[in-house]
Design a protein around this ligand. Structure first.
Ligand code: NAI
Ligand code: MG
Length: 497
C-alpha cells in the first residue's frame, strides 16, 4: 500500500469518514447548496452507518444545472480545437491518477466495494479519459461520392446537453464512461449519481474543472431518483439521456424522454450466462466463475449470474466453485476481504428474499444462503457467497436479476440445449463461453443474443470494446468509438458545384 493510500485508509478507519468531502452540487463551475437547503445522508455499507451529508437536489437545482449546460453549449468547449479538448481530457486522466488513493477510499466508503476493486475502478476511469482524449481529433466524418457535380460530406456535431443517470454499483466508472465520450464529442453534461453513492461523481466534476473544462460544461446534481433524477430526464433542455440502472426505472425514463423526443441509451439489467462446455479448462473456468459472480458482491449488471455447465463436468466444476465460494472471507471493503457488503439494507433484503424463496421451493443451496455481518464488528449488510444448484429454466432465480452474490446453476446435455438456456431469459447483456473447441465457441458467440460475448476470459476487454445490451437489457452502446457516435449527430451537407 502506498503511503498516500495508507493515510486515507487510516483516517477512514479511525474516524469512519474523511474530512473535506464534497457536500454540494457542482453547477456552472462552483459547489452549490440546494435551492431549498435540503440535505440527505449517505451510508457506509460496511458498517451501516451514516458517514457524510450531501445536497438533496430538487427540480430547481436540476433546472439551474441544465440551464448552465445549455449556456455552455455555445461557449468555448464546443469551439475549442479538438486536439486542445483532448489535452484537457488527458489532464483529467492525470488528475484522477494523482487523486487515485482518496477517490478509491471514498468509493469504498460510499459503495461498500473492496478497496482493491475501487482502485481498479479509479484506474479504469483514468484510462477512459485518456482513451476519449486521444479520440477527440480523430472523430472524423465522411466524404460521399455523388459524382463530379457535387461535393457531399458529413459532420459530427455534439448532440447537446447530455444527462447521465448513474447507479450505485460502479459510481465512478459509470460516470467516467458516460462523461468522457460526451465531453470528447463536444457535449455538455449534467450527471445525477445514485443517492446511495453521490461522492465520487462530485469529485470527478471538480477534477474536470481543475483540468480546464470550462464552467457549465460538466455539472453534477445529487439527490434522489424520484426528485432530482425524474426532473432531469423530463427536462426539455436535455438532448440525450444515458441511463444505467433497473429495467423498471429505465421504462419510466423512456416515458419521460418521449414528450421531448430526447435521445436515449439504456443500460439495464442482465442475467448473463457463463457456459462451460465439457472440454473446457475447468480450473480456468472455476477461476472465472468466481470473479464473474462474486466480484463487487455480484452487484454488476454484466455479472455471470447463471452458470450453464455440461452434465459430464457439473460435479467436478461445482465442487471447486462451492469450495472456493465457502472460503471467501467477508468484511469491510477497506480491509480488502474476499468479498464486501451489499450496497444497502433494502438491497440485502431483496437478495435474501430470492434465496429464501428458492429454498422454500426446494432448490438445493450448495453453499452460503444467509445474510450476515462483518465478523470483526458485527455490522454492515453482508450476504454469504451462495450457489443454487440445478435450477429449472423457468425458475424465478434464473429469470430475474438478483444483483447479488448468488450463482444460479443450470445443467445442459448438448450444445443446442445450452444455447436455448443461454437465450432463455428476458435479458441479453453479456455471455461467457469456456471451451477449447474454436468452432463451438464462435458458433455460440454468433447465436447467443447478447451485446458482448467473452470467450475463455469473463469480462475480457476494456474501454475500447463497445458495451451494451439487447432485449430487456436495453439498447445503445457505451465504450469504444461507438460511444462517441452516441454523443454525436450526423449532419450531411450536399453542394451542387
Ligand atoms: P434504479 O434504476 O431505480 O436507480 C438507478 C439510478 O436511477 C439512480 O441514480 C436513481 O437515483 C435513478 N432514478 C431512480 N428513479 C428515477 C426516475 N424516476 N427518473 C430518473 N432517475 C431515476 O435502481 P435501484 O432502485 O437503485 O436498484 C434496483 C435494482 O436495479 C437492483 O436490485 C438491480 O437489480 C438493478 N440495478 C441494475 C444496475 C445496472 O448496472 N444495470 C445498477 C443498479 C441497479
Ligand atoms: Mg453510500
Amino acid at each position: 500500500m502506498t503511503s498516500d493510500l495508507q493515510r486515507w485508509v487510516q483516517e477512514a478507519q479511525a474516524t469512519g469518514t474523511l474530512a473535506g468531502l464534497p457536500d454540494r452540487h457542482f453547477i456552472d463551475g462552483v459547489a452549490l447548496a440546494s435551492a431549498d437547503g435540503c440535505t440527505m445522508a449517505t451510508l457506509d455499507p460496511g458498517t451501516g452507518r451514516v458517514f457524510a451529508q450531501f445536497a438533496a437536489g430538487q427540480a430547481a437545482d436540476v433546472d439551474a444545472a441544465v440551464q448552465a449546460a445549455n449556456r455552455a453549449l455555445k461557449g468555448s468547449w464546443r469551439d475549442m480545437a479538438p486536439a486542445q479538448r483532448g489535452r484537457v481530457l488527458h489532464r483529467v486522466a492525470e488528475l484522477i491518477r494523482a487523486n487515485a488513493a482518496r477517490l478509491a477510499v471514498v468509493e469504498t466508503l460510499d459503495s461498500g466495494k473492496r478497496l482493491v476493486e475501487a482502485l481498479g475502478d479509479v484506474a479504469g476511469a483514468a484510462n477512459c479519459f485518456d482513451y476519449y482524449a486521444g479520440a477527440c481529433d480523430k472523430h472524423q466524418g465522411d466524404s460521399l461520392p455523388l459524382g463530379p457535380d457535387y461535393l457531399a460530406y458529413t459532420l459530427n456535431e455534439p448532440v447537446g446537453v447530455t444527462a447521465h443517470i448513474i447507479p450505485w454499483n460502479y459510481p465512478l466508472s459509470t460516470a467516467a464512461r458516460g462523461l468522457a465520450p460526451a465531453l470528447a464529442a463536444g457535449c455538455t453534461v449534467v450527471a445525477k449519481p445514485a443517492e446511495q453513492t453521490p461522492l465520487t461523481a462530485l469529485m470527478l466534476a471538480e477534477l474536470c474543472h481543475q483540468a480546464g473544462v470550462p464552467a457549465g460544461v460538466c455539472n453534477v446534481v445529487t439527490g434522489t431518483g424520484r426528485e432530482a433524477g425524474a426532473a432531469l430526464v423530463r427536462h426539455p433542455g436535455v438532448h440525450h439521456i444515458t441511463f444505467t440502472g433497473s429495467v423498471n426505472t429505465g421504462i419510466d425514463v423512456m416515458r419521460s424522454a418521449a414528450p421531448n423526443i430526447t435521445r436515449l441509451v439504456l443500460e439495464l439489467g442482465g442475467k448473463s450466462p457463463l457456459l462451460v462446455l465439457a472440454d473446457a479448462d475447468l480450473a480456468l473456468a472455476a477461476e472465472n466463475v468466481m470473479g464473474a459472480i462474486f466480484e463487487n458482491a455480484g452487484q454488476i449488471c454484466s455479472a455471470g449470474s447463471r452458470l450453464l455447465v455440461a452434465r459430464s463436468v457439473h460435479g467436478q466444476l461445482l465442487e471447486a466453485v462451492a469450495a472456493r465460494a465457502a472460503a471467501l472471507s467477508l468484511g469491510h471493503g477497506l480491509r480488502d476481504p474476499g468479498m464486501g457488503p451489499l450496497n444497502s439494507e433494502s438491497h440485502l433484503q431483496k437478495v435474501a428474499g430470492y434465496v429464501a424463496r428458492a429454498r422454500a421451493r426446494g432448490v438445493k443451496v450448495l453453499t452460503g444462503g444467509q445474510a450476515c455481518t462483518d465478523p470483526q464488528t458485527g455490522q454492515g449488510w453482508f450476504f454469504q457467497p451462495t450457489v443454487l444448484d440445478d435450477l429449472a429454466a423457468f425458475d424465478e432465480a434464473v429469470q430475474e436479476e438478483i444483483f447479488g452474490p448468488v450463482l444460479c446453476v443450470q445443467i445442459f446435455d448438448d450444445l443446442e440445449q445450452a444455447l436455448a438456456l443461454a437465450n432463455g431469459t428476458p435479458f441479453g447483456l453479456v455471455a461467457g463461453v469456456f471451451t477449447r473447441d474454436f468452432s463451438a465457441a464462435h458458433r455460440l458467440a454468433r447465436d447467443i443474443d447478447a451485446g458482448q460475448v467473452y470467450i475463455n476470459e469473463y469480462f475480457a476487454g476494456g474501454i475500447s470494446v463497445p458495451f451494451g445490451g439487447n432485449k430487456r437489457s436495453g439498447f445503445g452502446r457505451e465504450k469504444g468509438l461507438e460511444a462517441l457516435r452516441s454523443y454525436s449527430k450526423t449532419k450531411s451537407v450536399v453542394a451542387r458545384l
